[in-house]
Design a protein around this ligand. Structure first.
Ligand code: ATP
Ligand code: MG
Length: 263
């Protein structure tokens, strides 16, 4: 399938910096430094970088859950000033409501944003069908596997129709087999819906399997130091020479960041 990408960015970060002040010691911790990023609509972008470099902080600032110390986040040209349904965030933890069924977890967002109930339920059922969860709508989260729980979490996020889907290591707690299945599922979902996805991962293999572009962050304070274009056709084959060559290049950059860290 041809991927159409508009030229105007959907999401733009301009010279974004973030520092935390440690409450106890008053020490300033610089986490992000001058991050510039333009995300075109319909694109799939992966972010990789050393542990603790500021990836989650970056996504939380885009989501409006954290404020930047300097710089700005623009969504369709307007500054982001707080959380909103136009940005959906999926975490590593499933964060489902244990006392709500699958269907009621998915309708939670539309419920609170006041959409008509019948419409919200019909939309949620359609999403659950897309996710292969139609027969599970009356189950509770404790009755689901990890992969199913994460699909419910994605469905719940998509139910509020965000303009951009922000994913923070969403498959990190799954076993290798479930993780591969979820990666394939996400690629299909993205190809079908044309969603705009920003995906943080520790796994270079996952980034190369998913992204059209893989951005490499530096160690803290994080900046974007590498941009890898992945123009391999979807669905991708992990044994393809192009796949393994790109994976090796990204691993080399990460190794360099870690070496520098200990210098
Ligand atoms: N609310 C906070 N107050 C103080 N420091 C924080 C806060 N949130 C994050 N940090 C610090 O900011 C740095 C970056 O954290 P962040 O969670 O963004 O990194 P990360 O790249 O997502 O890490 P990981 O790879 O382990 O997921 C860490 O040193 C962390 O301790
Ligand atoms: Mg993180």
């Amino acid at each position: 399938m041809e991927i159409k990408a508009g030229r105007e960015p959907l999401l733009e970060l301009r010279s974004l910096s973030k520092s935390f002040v440690e409450a106890r010691t008053g020490k300033v911790l610089e986490v992000l430094s001058d991050v510039d990023l333009r995300i075109a609509p319909g694109t799939f972008t992966c972010l990789v970088g050393p542990s603790g470099c500021g990836k989650t902080t970056l996504l939380r600032i885009i989501a409006g859950l954290e404020t930047a110390t300097a710089g700005e986040v623009l969504l369709e040209g307007s500054p982001v000033t707080g959380p909103g349904p136009d940005r959906g965030l999926v975490f590593q933890e499933y964060a489902l409501f244990p006392w709500r069924t699958v269907l009621k977890n998915v309708t939670f967002g539309p419920d609170v944003s006041g959409e008509t109930r019948a419409g919200a339920i019909a939309d949620a059922r359609e999403l659950l069908e897309t996710m292969g969860l139609s027969t599970h709508e009356d189950l509770y989260p404790r009755e689901l596997s990890g992969g199913m729980k994460q699909r419910v979490a994605i469905a719940r996020t998509l139910a509020v129709k965000p303009k951009v889907l922000l994913m923070d290591e969403p498959f990190a707690s799954l076993d290798a087999q479930a993780r591969n299945a979820m990666q394939e599922f996400l690629v299909e979902l993205w190809l079908r819906t044309g969603a705009t996805i920003v995906f943080v991962t520790h796994s270079v293999d996952e980034a190369v399997f998913l992204g059209q572009e893989v951005l490499g962050l530096s160690r803290r304070p994080a900046r974007i130091v590498q941009r890898f274009t992945c123009d391999l056709a979807y669905p991708r084959n992990r044994t393809d020479p192009g796949f393994t060559a790109l994976r090796a290049r990204i691993l080399e950059y990460l190794k360099q960041e870690l070496v520098d860290d200990h210098a």
